[in-house]
Design a protein around this ligand. Structure first.
Ligand SMILES: [Zn+2]
Length: 124
């Protein structure tokens, strides 16, 4: 049993139950079971949640530069170079944060035993 929280294990991209087994067998490809404790990883599905949180966060951080760079007094060539650097930064930051966000959301789902929503129809 791991002493770390699901978020801490997600940041480390480790199994939320044991804190030892790796969550991913490749970039964003989940293991079917924890290689250390055997916990079934197929029970949780993060869908596009990590992409939403990462995309939104990265956009908030970088969006001001998308306005400031074109309005700056720099020569046009430097503006283009700055936009290219910014695009590479956005891509790199998103690629780096996606597995982290997916690990956190997956561990939180499994920790809180989330599942499909079930509505009470009130007829039984
Ligand atoms: Zn494990």
């Amino acid at each position: 049993m791991s002493n770390l929280t699901p978020i801490q294990n997600g940041l480390r991209q480790r199994c939320g139950a044991c804190g030892e087994g790796r969550l991913f067998s490749a970039y964003l490809k989940l293991n079917e079971a924890c290689p250390h404790c055997g916990r079934d990883m197929r029970a949780a599905d993060t869908a596009d949640g990590p992409a939403f949180f990462v995309g939104f966060s990265v956009l908030i951080i970088t969006a001001p530069f998308l306005f400031l760079i074109p309005m700056s007094p720099l020569p046009a060539l430097l503006k283009v170079a700055a936009i290219v650097v910014l695009a590479l930064l956005i891509t790199g930051l998103s690629m780096w944060l996606l597995p982290v966000a997916k690990g956190i959301l997956l561990n939180l789902q499994m920790h809180h035993k989330s599942g499909q929503a079930e509505f009470d129809r009130g007829d039984g």
